[in-house]
Design a protein around this ligand. Sequence first.
Ligand code: ATP
Ligand code: MG
Length: 381
Amino acid sequence: MSSSGHGRTWPLVGRAAELDDLDELLATAAGGQGVTVLLEGAAGVGKSSLVEALRGSARLLDVRLSTARASSMRPWPFALLSDALLQGASRSPLELELAGILATLYAAPTVPDDEIARVGAMFADLLRSRGASRPWALVLEDVHESDAASLDVLHELAHEGALHHALVILTMRPVPYRADLAAVVAAWTRAGARHVELRPLSSRASVELAEHLVGGDVGPSLRGTLAMAGGNPRFVTDVVRTARSTGALVTEGGVHDVSGSAWQVALDDVVRRRIYYLGSEVLELLGRASVLGTSFVMTDLALLAEEPVADCWRTLRHGLAAGVVRARGDRLVFGHDLVRSALYDGLDPDDRRALHARAAKALQEAGAPAQIVANHLDRAR
Ligand SMILES: Nc1ncnc2c1ncn2[C@@H]1O[C@H](COP(=O)(O)OP(=O)(O)OP(=O)(O)O)[C@@H](O)[C@H]1O
Ligand SMILES: [Mg+2]
C-alpha cells in the first residue's frame, strides 16, 4: 500500500496493528455505534500518516470522512470545526446557514460571547445530526493548536457520550500543555474514549522506512545514524533527505550508504529546527544535559546547571512529555541520540569546554569512575 498523503510516496511501515485497530473502530462506527479515539504521540511519530491511511478503509465502508487540521495560525472562533464540516461541495441547509453566520461573524470587529455560544450550539447540533443518514468519520488533527471555541464544542459534546454513527479521532502532541485541551481529554475519557498512544517505530521498521526512501539496501554507516533517530519516522526521513541533499548518500554494489561526516552539520541544523518548539529554557537545559551523554542522572545535571533539582525537573517535564527525554527513576535518557548530538554540536565551543570542566567536577564529587572524569577533563581543554 502506498499513499501520497502529506507528500508521502512510500508505504506506511510498522503500523499494521494500529491501523487494524482503527479499521475495526471504523467498522464499529459504520455499524452504528459511535467511537471516539484520542490519538496522542510525539512530534513526527506518525499520527497524521496513520489517520491518513484510514482513507482507503473509509471508502471501502462507504463512510464519509471529514478531516481538518488545527493551526495556531488560525485562532479565530470555530476555525477547526468550520474547516472540517463546512467546506464540502454539497452542504446541508444547516451547514449553509452556519457558513453564512460565520462569514458575518468574522467580518464583525468584535464577537459577543452569547453569539459564540449560539454558534457553538449550532455546531454541536450539526455534529449530533450528521450521522443520521450515513455513518461518518471525523478526524480533527493537532487539537493542541485548536481555536478555543471548537474545543468548547467538543467539551460540551463529551457529556453526551460518543457521537452516533461516527468515529471521531482527535490527534494531539503531548506538548504544549493546554488546560482547556486537558479538560476536553478528561471529559472524553469519562465518556469512554479510547486512548491510543503512538510509540516510536521499531528499529527494524525504521530501517525498512529508510530502505523505501533510498530505494534499496542500507549500509552500516547510514544504519548507525538511523539508530540515533530513536524510531521517529520524521527523523528517519530527515536523515535520508539530508544525506541525499548534501551529496553524502553514495551507492556501491546496490547498497546505499553515507560517506564522510560533513553532512552531519546540516543534519544537526534540521534536527534543531524540529525541536525548536520546546522553547529556549528547555533547550538550554537539554543542551547542558547533552554534555553528560545519552543518559544522565538528574542530580548531576542540577550541579552542572547550578540549579536546584526540583527546578530542573520542572523545566524538563516538557521535554519528558514530548518524548525528547525519558525518565528511568532518577536517570534520564535522551529518546533520540540525534537530538542529543544536535544540541551538543550546537553549543558554543567555550561554553562546551566550561560545561565539561563543571561536569568533571560534579561527577568526581559524585564518585564517578576516574576514566569518565578524565574524559570530561580532556574535552574541557
Ligand atoms: N509508519 C510510517 N511509515 C512510513 N512513513 C511514515 C510513517 N509514519 C510517519 N511517516 C513519515 O514521517 C513523517 C512524519 O509523519 P507524520 O506527519 O505523520 O507525523 P505526526 O505525528 O503527524 O507529526 P506532527 O506531530 O508534526 O503532526 C512524514 O514524512 C511521514 O510520511
Ligand atoms: Mg501530524
